[in-house]
Design a protein around this ligand. Structure first.
Ligand code: F6P
Length: 374
């Protein structure tokens, strides 16, 4: 009897997901003679056994399409919210679905949260293989993730476009870039787009340092400045307080009342939502220049994948089919030095790949006198 595999996409969508679905599906069918089914809407559809056949027709014409033909969702398989405040472990349900279909593996395409879910399933004996996708590029263990290159291109294009209007109005233009708690997207797009200041979660910033660099540019004859700020970037005082609260919470013994600390931490997290607008106000005050904010948001996740993302998704996708054919599960297919390699999920789950503060792009930024806020 032919082997059957499942595919699902989870977490935030990103360009290249369909290219990866196609690569896994076609390699599994054409090269290995497997049956392929797709679960709808990520782990939610797996739990509910909502699936479709992924045969030749459904896998054709999707290489260049954005989003995911399977749909996606964000859930934690070990505590799924039932809507009445109760949370339930759905892993036994998933085990039953896997048995019913006789799945040799479920290929889970996702980011950090998906790697954790997949590892939770692997630990209870569900055969999983994962592929790293996210525009944030923050999955541990792989040189890069698909979606990142496309999103970086979109953000670079946006920063390019902000230049002419910044120049005409002699303004500070601030572009807020996605990336969750890492600065890969902002650093890449900021550097490629010629931003004058680049603010990352990995380097807490002083507003005064940013304002000074803008005033210095003005004194040198440049009456406008472009600031690329990561959505997760934090000012140095906020970062210090944030870390203090986290440590205090970790140190608090069991049974102690943590409500005050938690409330302050939550308030600090919530205040990040409008931090770019506040940064604009502070920069206006300190420089006397007008500032405008552009929040790039989900436009960075939309549209057709770049050539690099299509190639990455295709190479990783076919390697996932190879891994399953050789009986390898509990692994993520990572890209390392141009090669697709298998990395055990236990090395990946729970880890995040941040931008190293001595990354060559950061060194280049410093050589160019780009303000990094420190
Ligand atoms: O992880 C991808 C990402 O786009 C992050 O950059 C961003 O913080 C988050 O997802 C946004 O999530 P949502 O689509 O749920 O608003």
């Amino acid at each position: 009897m032919a082997t059957t595999i499942g595919i699902l996409t989870a977490g935030g969508d990103s360009p290249g997901l369909n290219a990866a679905i196609r690569a896994v599906g076609k390699a599994a069918q054409r090269h290995y003679g497997m049956h392929v089914i797709g679960f709808k809407d990520g782990f939610t559809g797996l739990i509910q056994n909502r699936h479709i056949r992924l045969d030749g027709d459904s896998l054709s014409g999707i290489l260049s399409r954005g989003g995911t033909i399977l749909g996606t969702s964000r859930v934690k398989v070990h505590k799924v919210d039932l809507g009445d405040g109760k949370r339930i472990d759905m892993r036994p349900m998933i085990q039953r679905v896997v048995e019913e279909h006789g799945l040799a593996a479920i290929v889970c395409l996702g980011g950090g949260g998906t790697m954790k879910n997949a590892y939770r399933l692997h630990k209870v004996g569900v055969p999983v293989v994962t592929l790293p996708k996210t525009i944030d590029n923050d999955v541990w263990g792989t040189d890069t993730t698909f979606g990142y290159d496309t999103a970086m291109g979109i953000a670079t294009d946006a920063i390019d476009r902000l230049h002419s209007t910044a120049h005409s109005h002699h303004r500070i233009m601030i572009a807020e870039v996605m990336g969750h708690n890492t600065g890969w997207l902002t650093l890449g797009a900021g550097l490629a787009g010629g931003a004058d200041a680049i603010l990352l979660p990995e380097i807490p910033f002083e507003v005064k340092a940013v304002a000074d660099s803008i005033l210095q540019r003005k004194a040198g004859g440049s009456s406008f400045s472009i600031v690329a700020v990561a959505e997760g970037a934090m000012s140095a005082p906020n970062r210090a307080r944030h870390d203090e609260l986290r440590h205090a919470l970790d140190a608090l013994g069991k049974g102690k009342d943590a409500s005050e600390l938690k409330a302050e931490l939550e308030a600090l997290e919530a205040s990040r939502k409008h931090s770019t607008e506040r940064l604009a106000e502070e920069l206006e005050e300190l420089t006397g220049l007008e500032a405008r904010v552009t929040i790039l948001g989900h436009v960075q996740r939309g549209g057709s994948p770049s050539t690099a993302d299509r190639l990455l998704a295709t190479q990783l996708g076919t390697a996932a089919a190879d891994a399953i054919a050789e009986g390898s599960t509990g692994v993520m297919i990572a890209m390392r030095d141009g090669k697709a390699v298998q990395v055990p999920l236990e090395e990946i789950a729970g880890n995040r790949k941040s931008v190293p503060t001595d990354h060559p792009w950061i060194e280049s930024a410093r050589r160019l006198d780009i303000c990094l806020g420190d």
